[in-house]
Design a protein around this ligand. Structure first.
Ligand SMILES: [Zn+2]
Length: 202
């Protein structure tokens, strides 16, 4: 069993990510859901520890309490422009062109992606699209040339079926996996952005 997490990210880059994060923290602290102080309870930085009230927003009862008891797990917030993914659970499965609505990766076998067994045109297509997605890191205006309609569109305008998000704000909940819909709705309301949920495993 590895270390699992879920991430909540605004679907697209937001302006003033730090201010948005502060609004979320204000809510989390006002309802006494997470600690106000930071500690080394998470990977990759300092995090906020869950508190008992978090149980109100959890489907699997006892999950927050387990994390409190085990002294590991909690929330880490990141602000960098990044491709936020689920580590082991991440693979690009489809990339739909905003102009012609065709999936660039149609017919590609998920198991072959995961096992690195793609060949021929599938391999080329996959490498081209994932290369374009990666290039968004250095260039927000990075594009993909659609092989079907031959139109060039921005990477962020393509629709991906995947477990990742190209954005500049991420809330990662280590070992807290069953946050309910109400919790997500609250995020959307406070951020005033649509959010995505990403499942991950380290
Ligand atoms: Zn197209």
């Amino acid at each position: 069993m590895g270390d699992r997490f879920i991430r909540i990210c605004p679907e697209k880059e937001v302006t003033a990510p730090k201010e948005k994060a502060q609004k979320i923290l204000k809510w989390l602290h006002s309802e006494n859901l997470f600690s106000e102080d930071l500690s080394d309870c998470v990977y990759g930085g300092l995090g906020y520890r869950p508190k008992e009230n978090l149980e109100h927003y959890i489907v699997e009862k006892g999950e927050a309490l387990d994390v409190i008891d085990n002294q590991f797990g909690g929330l880490i917030i990141e602000y960098e422009r990044m491709i936020y993914d689920g580590y082991q659970y991440s693979a690009l499965l489809s990339a739909t062109c905003p102009k012609c609505n065709k999936d660039y990766l149609e017919g590609i076998d998920y198991d072959k992606i995961v096992n690195g067994e793609l060949e021929g045109k599938y391999k080329l297509d996959y490498e081209y699209v994932s290369g374009c997605v990666d290039s968004w890191m250095d260039n927000p205006e990075a594009t993909i040339l659609c092989k079907n309609c031959k139109t060039i569109s921005r990477v962020v305008d393509f629709e991906f079926q995947e477990n990742m998000c190209l954005t500049n704000l991420s809330f990662t909940f280590w070992h807290i996996l069953s946050l309910n819909d109400q919790f997500l709705l609250k995020f959307e309301e406070i951020l005033d952005e649509k959010v995505v949920k990403i499942f991950g495993k380290l």
